[in-house]
Write a protein that binds this ligand. Sequence first.
Ligand SMILES: [Zn+2]
Length: 619
Amino acid sequence: MKPIRSVCLTAILIFVAVSSALAQSSMTLSVDATDAARNIVHSKLNIPVKPGTLTLFYPKWIPGEHSPTGPINDLVGLKLSAGGKPIPWQRDDVEMFAFHCDIPQGVTVLDVAFDDVSQPESTASAKLARIKWNRLLVYAQGMNSDAITVKASLKLPTGWRFASALPVVNENKDDVQFKEVSLTQLVDSPAIIGANFRKLPLSSTAPMHEIDIVADTTAALEMKPETLTGLKAIVGEAYALFGARHYRSYQFLVTLSDHGGSEGLEHHESSEDGVGEKAFSDELELLDFAELIGHEYAHSWNGKYRRPVGLATPDFEQPMRGELLWVYEGLTQYLGKVLPARSGLWTAEDFREALAAVAAEMENQSGRQWRPLVDTAVAVQFTYPSPRAWMNYRRRVDYYDEGSLIWLDADVLIRSRSNGKLSLDDFCHRFHGGQDTAPVLKPYTFDDIVNTLNEVTPYDWREFLQARVDAVNPHAPLAGITNGGWKLVYTDKPNTEIRIADHARKSIDLSYSLGMLLKEDGAVMDVNPSSAAFKAGMAPGMKILSVNGRTWSTDVLHEAIAFSKSITAPIEVIVENGSFNETYKLGYHGGERYPHLERDNTKPDLIGEIIKSRAQQSK
Ligand SMILES: [Zn+2]
């Protein structure tokens, strides 16, 4: 189904102006990635044109990023020419992503050349890179991306290999020629390239599923047999969960590097999963990887196949509207935990630890006192790249995690009201399932969500969702946990999910004791405004130099927190604030505190039911 698009006068005028300058809508794109390890990728385009004015547009609104994040500042060396003669261009003085030019009489093909210079540690390392086509092309402004076809080719560094969901026509040493596809499909089908490569099939029957891995070292490619078993299981669990697939084949495109940037971006027939070099060998990183895989894979259904109308734009120019991201990302965040638990990549305890961490974080977000959840989604253009400082007060992108708690709440409610006969899986079957198809986009509205939930279990779903999404709520929606047979409790035992996050960002999360997030060197990343740390005068940007008279170390701080229970004196810290040192007294006596779920035996364990393998049940 085509996305709904409101036609305005300016859109019509642009279309007329463009169509007069275009001969046809087919172009070629030659990408030379031989300098990828230096963060430079060279691009050449041949665009059929007609004489007259033409505006070229660089993709601005990137699907899956929900924001105008096209890296326009990385486009350098732009040159337009025809038959070897340069053609001058001018950037639009309001729309920075648009370039105007005049096509001379007699010219039928415009040659465009530029370089994509990515930031170090963003898309490439010395041994691998992610090739994102949207960074490497321009197209005639005003054209629907379905109406343009592109014949792309890719030149690899010598000896490097590649993987992409894009169909290949010809491969000759380091040169790859891809099949002509729509611009929509091209941008949705990135490639990974690398010196160390491994391909592992995840299904033995059609459709083809595989994991393609490029890594900084050959050692990093090694995967434990149980991990491979779990990845194969996740394919079956997703099919059982949704009841149909909307792709011809599926590839997990994994990059393993501590220098190539992290990534998690969904596509119809693949996902970009950029993680650290030790993602397959480190216990915590492997748990994190399993959730990333579950999340991005679920997006093939929830995000690519079914997409909110506001995010189903016809090109890379029209602004996206994010008000339903608590479905797009929130439900995916929920399913991204359910799938690894059902597949054995996570244990039941891992699942509960993840729920406990999310529940505690959302309950303790001070930003929830001023900002309704929907506002974190509506404002995605600036909430996603929010600064780390005062993030607890901003409540950044809670549509992910609080969204996941709302969907857990809905799942438990459906299970309770149907005496265990129905679940959110039934919603997913109706909403995301149907017949197996090739990639297709079926946009939805808030009413479609409410109506489908009502088809599964009659209830006042409109009120249920609006109360949780649109209103300012002093407390997080924890009914899914409490009605699911568990209680959120705090103990001095570290939480697994928090250990994963601390490991990844080299931080010390003291959110539920002192109310601070620190770097391992004592730098303060965030402070909760209702915490002991805030009341003592602390703020992000400060750095702790000493604790109770002893030089800073993580051990010294942990000992002081644990000991706080036994004494009445405050924890005294000396902090650096700019060029000044100051002393603060933290009146805290609760000891170490980390969230966990504790069984409530007065209620059935529905959370245990949620993570039972569905693929096994339906066999
Ligand atoms: Zn997502």
